[in-house]
Design a protein around this ligand. Structure first.
Ligand code: SF4
Length: 336
């Protein structure tokens, strides 16, 4: 099996070229084609000689692969399906919004975390993506050259596959990689505490935490992670970092009627997050099969939002995107 070039850092690509007996500049050209020009096939790499390509192809493949399916929502959101081998597929979503195009990227095939309200969690874990699989979602879509932002909020828990996610973020933010500012990237997690600490120490990207319920025993009922990494520990860790400047932290709060949408929850959330520079995003719950809860009524969400805002916790209701193509939060299942 050949080694993938995609997912290697620009410095590693230079080493690859040297290892193949080619000049180091061929490695720099590879990095530019893959990460700056987002070229998904060899034929576009016009300034690399055929002899150099042939030599590289003896040991390496690009590691790019086109989506095997796509769907377009009436609101302009696009969903792409990628085959990541061994019968596994993952999905990515492109969300256009005014002058932004945000890619919601997957990091695992399925997920181990088992959140009861999530279609990805229901299917269980079928393996980690490597950095090439992650970056391919940026490169092999029609919008590749138009992407402005990325959220690690697709299938999987990114901090449960940190080596690959860390590598992908390093390439995205490297000057001779994609050259993106970390401010363009948000990582969303349910709070795998020790890995979260590593991420906060090593990267300047924004953070989003899936909170959903401020009461430990109630949260545990829907999110098994609460047992291993209680929310309190997650918040205590976050309080040790500075989110008053460039880096931001937000808390995702999906609203279920009768589970987490009343005044008691709003007040507990205000106490939990008091004094922290953050934002709470209320998310409409999108109904999934065989699950007893419905989305909280719009008026209830509005009251919840107002209560938080009136007590100094910035809160917004996030617009739902791509629901008609099963691309909204919690709906990704990676099925053909
Ligand atoms: Fe995994 Fe996130 Fe779904 Fe929980 S919500 S099961 S962490 S993908």
């Amino acid at each position: 099996m050949k080694t993938k070039l995609l997912g290697k850092t620009p410095d590693e690509l230079v080493a690859v070229a040297s290892g193949c007996g080619l000049k180091p500049f061929v490695g720099r050209q590879l990095a530019e084609w893959l990460y700056v020009k987002r070229a998904a096939d060899w034929s576009r790499m016009g300034n690399i000689s055929n002899a150099a390509k042939t030599r590289l192809q003896e040991e390496y493949e690009l590691g790019t692969s086109a989506p095997v399916g796509s769907a377009l929502s009436s609101d302009g959101t696009a969903k792409y399906l990628f085959d990541v081998g061994e019968g596994r597929c993952v999905e990515s979503v492109v969300i256009p919004d005014e002058d932004r195009k945000t890619l919601c990227v997957s990091s695992q095939a399925g997920c181990k975390m088992g959140c009861r309200f999530c279609m990805t969690g229901r299917q269980g874990w079928h393996g980690n993506l490597d950095a090439a699989d992650i970056l391919n979602q940026f490169i092999s879509i029609p919008e590749a050259s138009e992407l402005t932002n990325a959220v690690f909020m697709g299938m999987g828990e990114p901090l449960d596959n940190y080596e690959a996610v860390d590598r992908a973020i390093r390439i995205l933010t490297a000057e001779n990689g994609f050259g993106w500012s970390p401010k363009r990237i948000t990582l969303s997690t349910i709070g795998v505490v020790p890995v979260l600490k590593r991420f906060l120490d090593e990267h300047r990207c924004h953070l989003a935490v899936s909170l959903h319920n401020p009461f430990p025993e109630e949260r545990l009922d829907m999110m098994p992670v609460q047992k291993a990494w209680p929310l309190e520990e997650v918040i205590n860790l976050i309080r040790q970092y500075d989110f008053s400047g460039q880096r931001r932290v937000s808390f995702e709060y999906t609203m279920f009627a009768g589970w987490n949408d009343d005044k008691r929850h709003a007040d507990a959330l205000i106490r939990l997050l008091g004094g922290l520079e953050c934002r709470v995003n209320l998310i409409r719950f999108h109904k999934i099969p065989d699950f007893p809860y419905e989305c909280a009524p719009a008026v209830r969400m509005e009251e919840f939002k107002n209560r938080l805002n009136n007590h100094g916790v910035i809160c917004t209701i996030r617009a739902s995107r791509g629901e008609d193509i099963l691309a909204a939060c919690g709906m990704l299942a990676g099925q053909r």
